[in-house]
Design a protein around this ligand. Structure first.
Ligand SMILES: *Cc1c(COP(=O)(O)O)cnc(C)c1O
Length: 404
């Protein structure tokens, strides 16, 4: 194998496990909110690596943080600590409700740690019967066996043998259903402040506050999965900050590393103390390279310029999308917060998100689906306004062609 070996999309089907169905082009280079494929075709990227590339592609600050750290120290394992991890943890604590941090490498791993910690906490404070985790129908928490069991989409958990026990699901934004399910056995309730994979569905007004009160009443932990909604995505550092409702545990990944794999579980002193020495761990979690990059992402994102810019870009995108919807009634409304947006397909176009995504790609525009009925946008938090305008024009062209 040499670097000059020619590869193409057809090789995917030959050499890769067939669990993905990637689009037909292969990007080879990115800059800001633009990508270029093997043929040199250019695309505007409103997919953002599925809400990961928070500062676009090849951001000079992130290249600097990565290469500076790459020349110093990559990995020491958790038998030693390291400076970037300690700096990043300190900054995350300063910026949030949390007192303690555990680092992992992906959203699923951060959630795995959160669910294990909640179980451990309950086991130690109340005994083995307090083990029920309540999650929401349609939620997504990752692809490990524990996280698909907690996740509320059976298509991801069925067919892998017995799921984990002690997990139940209630409809999102349905307080009565949650209240009916809660008991002294409840160890934790896990909620996405905005359901991302489930269709870009925000928590209803007052919902998070009421869930907090139910958790307090039954002495259960409240876990916010902010893997997708966190790190500036909604115009605040974390989405919970809009509501003022504080969780006991919060998970962060995706945008946290701006494209470098890193995740964090944030929690309080009270809860953290139940993960004693040896109870949990990760070889790579908190490695210096990932932490150095995430520290720079946090330094850049957690500023008024970037966070207010998210709100401004939100308005531009929503106004543009609604103007397009008046000409081409393919979608009926736009929901979501900040730069996590879902254009909900109208009745006649239900189920055709993939076709719309493909038509957009042909016009040089990358968008995401969130299920078959929603076009999801999760661009760079600093996407240039000119790229937003150009993206809207390309979307118009794609829809014009589809509508015919
Ligand atoms: C993407 C996502 C995850 C899983 O993250 P991975 O890095 O893919 O493991 C978990 N929760 C939410 C809300 C997500 O959007």
């Amino acid at each position: 194998m040499s670097e000059s070996m020619q590869v193409g999309r057809a090789d995917f089907d030959r050499v890769m496990v067939p669990n993905y169905a990637p689009v037909d082009m292969i990007p080879v280079r990115g800059q800001g909110s633009r990508l270029w494929d093997q043929q040199g075709r250019e695309y505007i990227d409103l997919a953002g690596g599925i809400a990961v590339n928070a500062l676009g592609h090849a951001h000079p600050g992130l290249i600097e943080a990565l290469t500076e750290q790459a020349g110093k120290l990559w990995h020491v394992s958790n038998i030693m600590t390291n400076e970037p991890a300690l700096r990043l943890a300190s900054k995350l604590i300063d910026a949030t409700f949390a007192n303690k941090v555990f680092f992992a490498n992906s959203g699923a791993e951060a959630n795995e740690a959160a669910f294990k910690l909640a179980r451990r906490w309950a086991h130690e404070v109340a005994g083995p019967d307090k083990n029920e985790i309540i999650a929401c129908t349609n939620s997504f928490h990752g692809r490990t066996l524990f996280t698909v069991s907690v996740g509320g989409q059976p298509k991801y958990s069925q067919g892998f043998g017995p799921a984990l026990e002690g997990i139940s699901h209630v409809p999102y934004n349905d307080l009565a259903a949650l209240e009916a399910q809660m008991s002294a056995r409840t160890c934790a309730v896990v909620v996405e402040p905005i359901q991302g994979e489930g269709g870009v569905i925000p928590a209803a007004m007052g919902y998070l506050q009421a869930v907090r009160e139910l958790c307090d009443k039954y002495d259960a932990l409240l876990i916010f999965d902010e893997v997708q909604s966190g790190m500036g995505r909604t115009g605040k550092l974390y989405a919970y900050m809009h509501s003022g409702v504080q969780p006991d545990i919060l998970t962060s990944a995706k945008s946290l590393g701006g494209g470098f794999p890193i995740a964090a579980m944030l929690t309080t002193n009270k809860v953290a103390s139940h993960f004693g020495v040896g109870t949990h761990g990760s070889t790579y979690g908190g490695n210096p390279l990932g932490c150095a990059v995430a520290e720079r992402v946090l330094d850049i994102v957690n500023t008024p310029e970037v966070l207010e810019g998210v709100e401004h870009r939100h308005q531009l995108l929503v106004e543009g999308l609604l103007a397009i919807a008046e000409v081409y009634p393919v979608f009926s409304r736009v929901r979501g917060s900040g730069l996590l947006l879902g254009a909900v397909l109208s009745e006649a176009w239900k189920g055709q998100a993939r076709q719309i995504q493909e038509a957009a790609q042909q016009e040089g525009l990358l968008v995401l689906q969130a299920g078959p009925d929603v076009i999801r946008l999760a661009p760079s938090l600093i996407i240039p306004e000119a790229d937003i305008q150009e993206a809207l024009e390309r979307l118009s062209k794609a829809l014009a062609r589809l509508v015919g």
